[in-house]
Design a protein around this ligand. Structure first.
Ligand code: SF4
Length: 66
């Protein structure tokens, strides 16, 4: 059991909303690209990832169940 963070990079506009919610998982770097620091976070981080899913203005983030 667990989950995986999936980002559609074609939709992402690197506005860092997700990084503000979960900086341990999402990072927009100086090159203006989003990096997923932890694709398979611990279950305790699911609420934060879900918030990022809900608040991403481009609906670029999804959760895949493992
Ligand atoms: S909130 Fe969405 S659009 Fe913004 S950086 Fe994160 S994935 Fe990309």
């Amino acid at each position: 059991m667990g989950f995986k963070v999936v980002v559609d990079f074609d939709k992402c506009e690197s506005n860092a909303v997700c990084m503000a919610i979960a900086p341990d998982i999402f990072e927009v770097r100086d090159d203006d690209y989003l990096y997923v620091l932890d694709e398979t976070p611990a279950e305790e981080r699911r609420p934060a990832v879900q918030e990022a899913v809900d608040r991403c203005p481009k609906q670029a983030i999804s959760i895949a169940e493992l």
